[in-house]
Design a protein around this ligand. Structure first.
Ligand code: IVH
Length: 711
């Protein structure tokens, strides 16, 4: 057995054992008997004893037993994960620079200023260029091993294969160099200096990269929108959601949340490998990590202060949250000289921006009605300048939020901009109340819809109140925009201004009316020329040919997004069979749970929707799944991952072929994956599939499987 085989087997054993530990200890749902478990542990111990160099302190063989507290194993850092001392003013920064000057005793230095990303710090460790483990900061000494979750972050390479461009002269070569066969990325560099022992002090076994994991504002807002559609509570801010996500036990759920990471620190076997921090950042970027593009070298503390001032405003336009600037001494030898206190390095400091809050007054609380009929209370504010923009409205989300804040109409409040484009009310300024007591008014959620006058209900257990009128104009406008969106019927010309007018002018009162519009109708709209009117009509006409799944998406059935629509289209093959399905039949489908099934069933039970479908059918909207509907569901319940380039199929085609057969395509390999289809240049997913012993299909095997079974 080769060393690599041994290593692979050890890794597989460890992954399996950790998995079974979690099943046993955390989920109380073991999958294997104690005897089988003991056999795995014994085999691991045997291999580790024979290959002591492969033994790691976090190996499950090293555990004395006992229940892991968080569901994750802990990891003791070899080199502490430090935190930073905070400064809040320019004077503080100058003071810090003076201390640095003393410590430097005459030696010159520069600074690197980086945005301070508001997320959670993580350490990613690589051995033989493979991501071996990733650990949260924890208390700085011991963190949680969250490798599987970190694997879902695309900007953290699973394998360091990229050849980093070395921007260094020979003088500046790293102090340590990775071994040639272990790290192909260094191969070219190593060849040049192979004979020069002095440049080749020792081989690197472990590369550690530290950085900040965060969630973009876009992802955060999307997830909150989904929460709202489900009638569930909103997440507070992107940072909390990012760290909550990192603690999830299901990597598939983590993958769906789309975390990202900026790398900012690098160690080769526990040491900083370069002469300057800037070089480390360049290495990280070349090795495939995401390094924040706004980082900057500053020659003097004045330049640093300039950077901080500059970004106080500019940070408002980023798609991620920053709460300050981190300033680091660029010269590594000086960093090492300065050293650390028990908690902080002396060579770095955080400059924190004051929170982006402002005080203003709530003039009124109005109600907005969304596509699902949700009534959202909105605070109408006295306009106030906040984070570079004038704010005059803030979402209050729902009734419970108003109760939680104790807010009355007329109150003075603090508004804040966090991860959301829409600012939020953070608290009521109760101290101001004595002066305005008699001007205050309680908010009452209306019992009828402010748009259509229909009854409003708040379903039991939900935070959201909804309009009960299926044909409410507010709902209709949102429904039309959804119907014409990219994932649905793709009527790009139908923007919100047009929808607004079509509904207000009563030219459209349900989705199907779109297909009955005449040129003369459209010409009644403001700023609508003959040419654009005709374009719109042409697009509406073309949309009749969209795929069944797009139509299902477009109908806007609650809980049925693009993915579920495809599952339904593939399963039923026509809208008619879907509409006739019972709840039981629906729940029997892989991926369709009870809530979704009930929502679908209810939608098709409504009289209005029968009419809608009849009118869509009449104008010739496609209700059928293209030919493939006859394909047997041979992949029902099977999970696929596609990787690399296929010679005869695009990724979309391959995905469609799998889904038509009832399978599901995921983006990352996990224990639940059944097949990995590997084309040419397949990367780390293939390695992972091998490590987890998942069946790997090359293109011909995959095509053979499809052919065999579609006959
Ligand atoms: S350097 C010893 N750089 O801020 C150096 N930290 O308040 C330690 N952070 O724990 C970290 N952006 O989670 C560094 N560009 C950046 C950062 C950054 C965000 C976080 C990190 C750290 C915390 C300290």
């Amino acid at each position: 057995m080769s060393q690599l085989d041994v290593k692979a087997e050890i890794e597989k054993l460890r992954t399996d054992i950790n998995y079974h530990n979690e099943r046993y200890y955390v989920l109380s749902a073991p999958e294997i008997s104690d005897y089988e478990y003991d056999q795995l542990i014994n085999r691991l111990r045997e291999l580790e004893q024979a290959n002591p160099e492969l033994l790691t302190p976090d190996s499950p063989s090293q555990r004395v037993g006992g229940r892991p507290v968080s569901g994750f194993e802990s990891y003791q850092f070899k080199r502490q994960m430090l935190s930073l001392d905070n400064t809040y003013s320019e004077d503080d920064l100058r003071e810090w620079d003076r201390r640095c000057q003393k410590l430097a005793s005459g030696r010159t230095y520069s600074f690197v200023a980086e945005l301070k990303i508001d997320g959670l710090s993580i350490s990613a460790m690589y051995e033989s260029s493979l991501l071996l483990r990733a650990v949260t900061r924890g208390d700085g000494e011991v963190g949680d091993i969250v490798t599987e979750n970190v694997r879902t972050i695309r900007s953290i390479p699973l394998r360091l294969t990229e050849k980093p461009r070395f921007p260094l002269s020979s003088k500046e070569l790293p102090k340590t160099l990775p071994e040639k066969d272990l790290l192909p990325l260094f191969a070219s560099k190593v060849e040049n200096i192979e004979n020069d022992e002095s440049l080749w002090p020792k081989a690197v076994e472990e590369i550690e990269v530290r950085g900040e994991v965060f969630m973009s504002n876009t992802s955060f807002n999307r997830l909150n929108q989904e929460q709202e559609e489900k009638g569930q509570a909103r997440y507070a801010n992107p940072r909390n959601l990012a760290s909550g996500t990192m603690k999830l036990l299901d990597p598939q759920m983590v993958a769906a949340r789309k975390l990202d990471c900026f790398a900012y620190d690098l160690y080769f076997d526990g040491d900083k490998p370069f002469q300057t921090h800037w070089q480390a950042l360049e290495w990280l970027r070349a090795a495939g990590f995401n390094v924040n593009e706004h980082s900057q070298i500053c020659a003097t503390i004045d330049d640093v202060i300039e950077f901080c001032r500059d970004w106080d405003e500019k940070r408002n336009h980023l798609d991620y949250e920053t709460d300050g600037v981190v300033i680091k001494i660029n010269q590594i030898p000086l960093q090492e000289d300065f050293g650390t206190t028990t908690k902080f390095p002396r060579w770095a400091v955080a400059f924190k921006y004051p929170p982006r809050q402002a005080a203003t007054r709530v003039k009124a609380i109005t109600i907005q009605v969304g596509r699902t009929g949700a009534l959202t209370p909105v605070a109408e504010l006295l306009p106030v300048l906040l984070a570079g923009t004038t704010v005059s409205r803030a979402s209050l989300h729902n009734e419970d939020e108003i109760t939680r804040l104790g807010l009355k109409i007329g109150d003075w409040v603090m508004v804040e901009k966090s991860g959301e484009i829409i600012p939020k009310v953070v608290k009521v300024l109760v101290d101001k109340r004595p002066e305005i007591e008699n001007e205050l008014q309680e908010f009452v959620m209306p019992s009828t819809c402010p748009v259509c006058g229909a009854l409003v209900i708040r379903p039991l257990g939900e935070a959201v109140s909804r309009c009960t009128n299926e044909t409410c104009n507010a709902k209709l406008k949102e429904a039309l925009l959804h119907f014409s969106s990219r994932d649905a019927m793709q009527i790009d010309e139908l923007g919100d201004k047009i929808v607004e007018q079509l509904v207000d002018k009563k030219l459209v009162s349900n989705l199907s009316d779109l297909y009955y519009l005449k040129l003369a109708d459209l010409l009644k709209l403001e700023r609508m020329g003959k040419k654009s009117a005709q374009n719109l009509l042409d697009q509406i006409e073309q949309s009749k040919k969209r795929e069944l799944s797009q139509l299902i998406t477009g109908l806007g059935i609650r809980h049925v997004g693009e993915r579920k629509a495809r599952v339904l289209a593939n399963h039923f093959g026509s809208l008619d069979s879907l509409s006739a399905a019972s709840i039981e039949e629906l729940t029997n489908i892989f991926e369709i749970g009870n809530t979704v099934a009930t929502a679908i069933f209810n939608w098709f039970s409504l009289e209005n929707n029968h009419e809608l479908l009849a009118r869509l059918r009449k104008v010739g909207v496609n209700f059928e799944q293209a030919s493939s509907s006859t394909v047997a569901k041979i992949f029902a319940g099977k999970q696929f991952v596609l990787t690399g380039k296929l010679a005869n199929l695009t990724r979309e085609e391959a995905q469609k072929l799998v889904e038509e057969r009832g399978g599901r395509v995921n983006s990352s390999v996990s224990k639940k994956t059944d097949y990995v289809v590997a084309g040419s240049d397949a990367g780390s997913k293939l390695d992972r599939a091998e490590a987890l012993a998942i069946t790997i299909l090359d293109e011909s095997a995959f095509v053979e499987m499809l052919d065999l079974n579609s006959k």
